[in-house]
Design a protein around this ligand. Structure first.
Ligand code: ADP
Length: 639
């Protein structure tokens, strides 16, 4: 039965991009198709090995056939194959995981003419349409009849039953006509294909074979070579070395190879930020290749992002995403683990509970963190590029594990700081630069660096040259909360009521003023009782008239972050204290009329709203605020 089916809308958009692309890297289509073929053989092999002998193993391989007359290239594998439904599901639909994010990203990419987007999605198969005007997929599974999929990659495709003897898939691409800009015919040349296989697919574990022309000495009737006489012969040659990269000798593997491997295997278009090649030989033996991307994976924050590493046993593929191998906070790490300590038949449940898995995971975690520490030490600038992408995940690691990973992770932390022109410094550096009398590691939090530097509380630190860490990410304070201290020095928010170190003299002055202005403070407290827990005379302020500080560890920023969380039924409330600057003219004026309770009450709310504004927050009661300001303006104007 022959069916004509339309591509899914998102697929159409992508195909359109592929067809019209003169993406200079169009040669990657071969790598993509070979990679799919290799995956398909992996799946067949795994099925056979776990079938109790019901499914026979076979001589696995990938064959490339070129037909110059038809201008076609065929890539044939004897892998798992696809049935009709799978053809529709897999080739009629854009790479499932990315589909949701894809539409918006595609639009963005079009605007920027950014064709790199091609490499960012699992669009493997569709890349064929960068070079092909028509693609045929003839495929057969173990249990079902063969099927033929044909498409020009535009609107639709056809599917029909078809004869195929062997299980597996044969993909034939018919090349586009060469143009002035792009030479498609070059792909028909033997040396080109040979080079592409070497370049991108050398480590594929199955032979990639092609009939190649070889000059061989002519033989005489008796089979003896004739001196000086040669003839062209076609021989089947394996083009790749077939050694999985991670099974090679570490010294033999170049960075270029690691990078190429990463890009191919994990669908990225840029080299990784760093790669780790581990060969661990001990109680547990495993090889691992681990990569940290140099940018945030496009789908990292989407719901269907799956963390995990690929799992192999003695070079045989077991599972694509094994979440047990990597802690949540390192979910951006890509890679694979190959360990003979796992049996092929291991079930999902057994994997989850396996103590070997836990040990490997702990070990990998430590290696990654050590590697990052090394980069931080040796190339701080490079480290910062990592930090900007994934620093929040490290902080999340501290927070989500309630500080139990403090020892492991604290040295990775860096923050912009006041005395460092907003550039990042490590906690160690901060500590080393602390004055002898300084008791705490100070930090200030807010929406962004500019807002933080405008906080009224920070003036004093600026004046005294004391450094302050500037926490502009939501997660920051939560992570600091888990740390509590670094190398025996406590952290302190400059907005904490008890933050500053006050001289005895100042202390006495404030006490005196507090006594003298008891009535003023009480009236303010009473009229602001719904908004603040206390009103005090401040030792924190230089120029600003007021500020808001908090008690008991929950800051204004944290209050805001927590209340923004979905599903927060009850509002979280920080304990707020309104602090008044005793050196400001406004205080003197209030102090002078402190017996006139009604007047004090009338303007109390403006003091509070001012403090909110200075903290970078919104006015809470806009209408009342405007009315009161107008009132003040009118009084001033009428004078
Ligand atoms: P990806 O490989 O990133 O999943 P592709 O678009 O390249 O995306 O392929 C989509 C799916 O089609 C694959 O996941 C696989 O299930 C199936 N597929 C592609 N090529 C083959 C093949 N040669 N044999 C069997 N299945 C294949």
């Amino acid at each position: 039965m022959k069916e004509v089916k339309e591509f899914q809308t998102e697929s159409k958009e992508l195909l359109n991009l592929m067809i019209n692309s003169i993406y200079s890297n169009n040669e990657i289509f071969l790598r993509e198709l070979i990679s799919n073929a290799s995956d398909a053989i992996d799946k067949y092999r795994y099925k056979a090995l776990t079938s109790d002998g019901k499914i026979p193993l076979q001589d696995f391989g990938i064959d490339i056939k070129v037909n110059k007359k038809k201008r076609s290239i065929t890539i044939a594998d004897n892998g798992i194959g696809m049935n009709r439904e799978e053809l529709v599901e897999n080739l009629g639909t854009i790479a499932k995981s990315g589909s949701k994010d894809f539409a918006s990203r595609l639009k963005e990419a079009k605007e920027k003419q950014d064709l790199d987007i091609i490499g960012q999605f699992g669009v493997g198969f569709y890349s064929a349409f960068m070079v092909a005007s028509k693609v045929e997929v003839l495929t057969k599974t173990i249990d079902e009849k063969g099927c033929l999929f044909i498409s020009d990659g535009r609107e639709s495709y056809t599917i029909e039953d078809a004869e195929k003897e062997q299980v597996g898939t044969e993909i034939t691409i018919y090349l586009k006509k060469s143009t002035k800009e792009v030479d498609y015919d070059g792909f028909l040349e033997e040396y080109r294909i040979r080079n592409l296989v070497k370049k991108y697919s050398d480590y594929i574990r199955y032979p990639i074979r092609m009939l190649v022309k070889k000059k061989e000495q002519k033989l005489d009737k008796d089979g003896k070579p004739i001196e000086g006489k040669f003839e062209d012969k076609e021989v089947l040659e394996t083009l790749n070395s077939m050694i999985p990269l991670w099974k090679k000798n570490k010294k033999e593997v170049t960075d270029e190879e690691l990078n190429a491997f990463y890009k191919d295997k994990f669908n990225d278009y840029t080299d990784p930020f760093t790669s780790l090649f581990l060969k661990v030989d001990g109680k547990i033996t495993y090889d691992a290749l681990l990569f940290i991307p140099s940018h945030i994976p496009y789908n990292l924050y989407s719901e269907n992002y799956e963390k995990g590493l690929q799992l192999y046993s003695k070079g045989i593929f077991i599972k694509d995403k094994c979440p047990e191998l990597i802690p949540d906070y390192l979910k951006f790490v890509k890679g694979l683990v190959d360990s003979g300590d796992f049996s092929l038949n291991i079930s999902r449940e057994m994997l989850q509970q396996s103590p070997i898995m836990k040990k490997i995971s702990d070990n990998i975690e430590k290696k990654i963190i050590d590697n990052l520490k090394g980069i931080k030490k040796n190339d701080f600038e490079k480290y910062i590029s990592f930090w900007k992408n994934f620093g929040d995940h490290i902080k999340y690691g501290l927070y989500a594990t309630y500080g139990t990973k403090k020892e492991l992770l604290q040295d990775l932390l860096v923050f912009p700081s006041l005395n460092n022109d907003d550039k990042y410094i490590s906690l160690n550096e901060y500590k080393e630069n602390m004055g002898k009398k300084q008791k705490y590691i100070y930090y200030a939090s807010g929406e962004n660096l500019d807002a933080i530097k405008l906080l009224p509380q920070i003036e004093k630190y600026k004046k005294n040259g004391i450094d302050v860490l500037l926490l502009d990410q939501k997660i920051d304070e939560f992570a600091i909360l888990m740390l509590r201290e670094f190398d025996k020095v406590e952290f302190k928010s400059i907005s904490d009521e008890a933050a500053d170190e006050v001289s005895k003299e100042d202390q006495e002055k404030v006490e005196k003023l507090t006594n003298e202005n008891k009535r003023l403070l009480d009236t303010l407290k009473e009229s602001l009782s719904e908004k603040v827990d206390d009103v005090v005379i401040s030792t924190k302020l230089v120029e600003a008239p007021v500020c808001l500080s908090t008690k008991d560890g929950l800051s204004l920023e944290m209050e805001k972050t927590l209340n923004e969380q979905p599903g927060m039924e009850q509002n979280v409330k920080a304990q707020k204290v309104l602090e008044i600057n005793p050196n400001h003219a406004l205080f003197e004026a209030f102090s002078a009329i402190q017996k006139e309770d009604e007047k004090v009450k009338k303007y109390a709310s403006i003091l509070y709203e001012e403090a909110m504004l200075l903290e970078g927050r919104n006015v809470t009661n806009k209408q009342e605020f405007v009315e009161k300001i107008n009132d003040l303006m009118l009084t001033a104007l009428k004078k």
